[in-house]
Write a protein that binds this ligand. Structure first.
Ligand code: NAI
Length: 705
């Protein structure tokens, strides 16, 4: 795991713990032994510590952190003594960094006396993304090198720095242009020859003193934490730990950090975020698709329909370096699409996110098209026209005739049957759903809908394509709404029933945002367009049970052409700045329709709103799992966190259900069934798990064992 060799009087210690040289058990011990040996060896003048293969050290072993979070095993190793040993080493220790120095990796690097890195190296303390703070003195050494403000920014946001940013911040001492190993050895030799005593990071105070006002910096850090990681505890604790670094002796600061780390590491938020981490990795395990399944190369993509979704998908492809054609049926539609895309890229330039050159390069990859027959050479066609089965069927039929035999045909439909589309083609095995989320160039989720005849190779190609777009591809079964929108129906309907029974859209949205949702459900509806859901309701009418309660307000709003943001009015009225404002006209409409329908009115607490809107979603999630449309309970969480703005720190709706307790959820749902009718019938799987005292997490574990 740790190997050492001596070259020209310099001991080169290499950490070799594939795949990412994590500081799992055995590694700290190996480093300690190597340092001890090098220090004792009179032939060694200095030590270079580096990572084998493609990276330096990428943090702790997350499996060990998971054990700690769930109260199992010894947890992450405490490397305090190792870091002191490195810092106290009488010979200069130079950290040579390539790839990434993340979390524990950066903490290890900061205990060295000097750090050199290649230009492409990245640095960060991303622990907050797992609900913890740096636990190996990162919050203590980082401010001593980079100052309080920078340390706060890194520990609170989890953002990574490039090598030049790290150099500017004082985290590294030099960027090497040539061979890292050779340059680091030369660097170490120079330091050893200079005879200057080794700098111990823990004894440096200048950077901390640079802060004009410590209180202001800490206060700004807390504000930042509340803004970028709303409702999360770890970022605030990171600020508290940095306060300790700036105000206490090093040893006391370390003790405070450890205490705060332990509080975070055993919290529900930490368990939820670690669950998210492993869930995201589990999605690639798909029945009948193995590592041997060959994915078809996708070099050219053709998109049919240049509306909201087509544009976003085209940008997502161009951003990933894929050539893409964007087709629509009129010149006006194509011009409007290209101008919207340009506008979107221009705003990225204005915000400093992209350079002019990058944007030109990306725009050049998007080819506007009027004729679908130009799809002939494409490897993948993604259809994104209106949500109409008749229209989509005719497009699939026409495309099937012009594209090459190996071409994959995908639909971005949000609800319609992929099998029905596959049937009109001569290549049903190459047909699938690729369900992007709006804005498609931003949202990370891609639902990969597997139809009955879809081949494993087509699924493997879709998974590889998702990865290429830096998206999380989740394979789901073909049923109305697939997984995401299927669960969205009860969520959205229940929210609408709540307003019909006396709540207001604003109150429901406020409760949902308070729970942690990125947006309220009525804001989401306004953003997606009420007409979209209207079209879906008409298309899916065949699937609703007779006598089932239907929302009465949404259709009325659509008939008034209140389609949401796009028409300036929907559930809310939109001001010039695009912000929603409650609209008394809507509240009046709701009250009058409800009164006409004889719906009794009452007041709701936020807790009731959350239960009514989310428990229906959870119940439907359990159904989609028992029916096999979701492969794992954790897949549902990935879908909701990455596609629907569900708070990652709650783990997703299914993890949330586990944490509330399934027994309680079943009791509440049964109560709703008595009060509100059959739509609240408890899912058999949910009931079974609750009765057995199990969780969805154990359900997944038992099935994958
Ligand atoms: P949109 O109304 O913005 O765009 C549809 C585009 O298709 C229009 O530009 C229209 O001119 C074009 N079109 C219609 N017939 C065509 C034909 N025969 N040939 C070429 N182009 C044609 O619709 P949007 O929102 O982009 O939705 C497209 C699809 O994506 C739908 O199936 C929808 O359910 C799905 N979807 C929508 C999401 C959303 O948030 N809006 C999210 C995920 C999926």
């Amino acid at each position: 795991m740790v190997v050492q060799e001596i070259q020209d009087g310099i001991a080169v210690v290499k950490i070799d713990n594939p795949p990412v040289n994590a500081l799992g058990s055995g590694v700290p011990e190996g480093i300690e032994q190597a340092i001890t040996a090098a220090e004792a060896d009179s032939a060694v003048q200095a030590i270079v510590l580096m990572g084998a293969d493609s990276t330096f050290v990428v943090g702790a072993d997350i499996k060990e952190l998971e054990d700690l979070a769930w109260g199992r095993g010894p947890g992450a190793p405490n490397i305090h003594d190792l870091l002191l040993k490195i810092e106290d080493c009488t010979k200069p220790v130079v950290m040579a960094i390539h790839g990434t120095a993340l979390g524990g990796g950066l903490e290890l690097a900061m205990a060295g006396h000097s750090r050199v890195a290649v230009k492409t190296a990245k640095f960060g303390q991303p622990e907050v993304n797992l609900g913890i703070i740096p636990g190996a003195e990162g919050t203590q050494r980082l401010p001593r090198l980079a100052g309080v403000e920078k340390a706060i920014d890194m520990c609170v946001t989890g953002k990574l720095l490039t090598a030049s940013e790290a150099l500017e911040a004082g985290i590294i001492d030099s960027i090497v242009e040539g061979d890292l190993r050779l340059d680091a050895i030369a660097f170490a030799r120079r330091i050893a020859a200079s005879g200057t005593s080794s700098r111990k990071t823990r004894e440096q105070a200048a950077a901390i003193r640079r802060s004009a006002s410590l209180e202001d910096a800490l206060h700004a850090g807390e504000e930042l934490a509340r803004k970028v990681k709303r409702n999360q505890t770890a970022p605030l604790k990171a600020v508290e730990a940095i306060r300790a670094a700036a105000t206490l002796p090093f040893e006391d600061g370390c003790a405070r950090e450890r205490q705060l780390f332990n509080e975070c590491a055993t919290s529900e938020q930490c368990r939820a975020l670690i669950h998210g981490f492993f869930s995201e990795r589990a999605v690639t395990k798909v029945p009948a698709v193995s590592k041997q399944t060959v994915a078809s190369p996708i070099a050219q993509v053709f998109i049919v329909g240049a509306g909201t979704m087509g544009r976003g998908i085209a940008m997502a492809c161009a951003n990933a370096g894929i050539d893409v054609a964007l087709q629509d049926s009129s010149q006006e539609a194509i011009d409007a699409a290209m101008s919207a895309i340009r506008k979107n890229y221009d705003s990225s330039i204005r915000r400093g996110r992209l350079t002019q050159e990058t944007v030109i390069e990306r725009l050049n990859r998007i080819r506007p098209e009027l004729d679908y027959r130009e799809a002939a050479p494409a490897d993948l066609v993604i259809e994104a026209v209106f949500e109409s089965m008749e229209l989509k069927r005719s497009i699939f039929q026409a495309l099937d005739r012009v594209v090459k035999p190996s071409c994959i045909l995908a639909s971005n439909t949000s609800t319609l049957s992929i099998d029905e589309l596959a049937r009109v083609t001569t290549r049903p095995e190459s047909v699938l759903g690729l369900h992007f989320f709006s804005p498609a160039n931003v949202m990370r989720l891609l639902e990969i809908v597997r139809g009955q005849p879809t081949s494993p190779q087509t699924i493997a190609s879709a998974l590889a394509f998702a990865k290429r777009l830096s998206k999380v591809g989740v394979v789901v079964g073909n049923c109305p709404g697939f997984v995401g929108n299927r669960l969205m129906f009860p969520y959205m309907y229940e929210a609408q029933f709540l307003v019909e029974e006396g709540a207001t859209p604003e109150q429901v949205d406020r409760a949902l945002r308070g729970f942690g949702m990125a947006m309220g459900i009525f804001e989401v509806d306004d953003m997606a367009g009420l007409d979209v859901a209207w079209r879906v309701r008409r298309e899916l009418r065949q699937f609703s049970a007779p006598g089932e309660r239907k929302p009465i307000v949404a259709d009325a709003l659509c008939e008034m052409r209140r389609f949401g943001q796009k028409t300036g009015k929907g559930w809310y009225a939109y001001r010039e700045d695009g912000k929603p404002a409650p609209d008394p006209e809507v509240v009046e409409l709701i009250r009058s329709l409800s009164c006409k329908a004889g719906i009794p009115q009452r007041q709701f607490t936020d807790a009731e709103i959350i239960e009514r809107s989310l428990y229906g979603l959870i119940n439907e999630g359990a159904r989609s799992l028992e029916e096999g449309f979701a492969l794992r309970a954790s897949d549902i969480d990935v879908v909701y966190v990455h596609g629907y703005g569900f708070p990652a720190w709650r783990g997703g709706p299914i993890f949330y259900a586990d944490s509330i307790g399934l027994k309680h959820i079943v009791e509440r749902i049964s109560r709703f069934e008595q009060e509100l009718g059959a739509r609240w019938t408890v899912s058999p799987l949910l009931r079974e798990l609750a009765l057995a005292g199990k969780t969805f997490r154990t359900f997944d574990q038992e099935r994958s064992a």
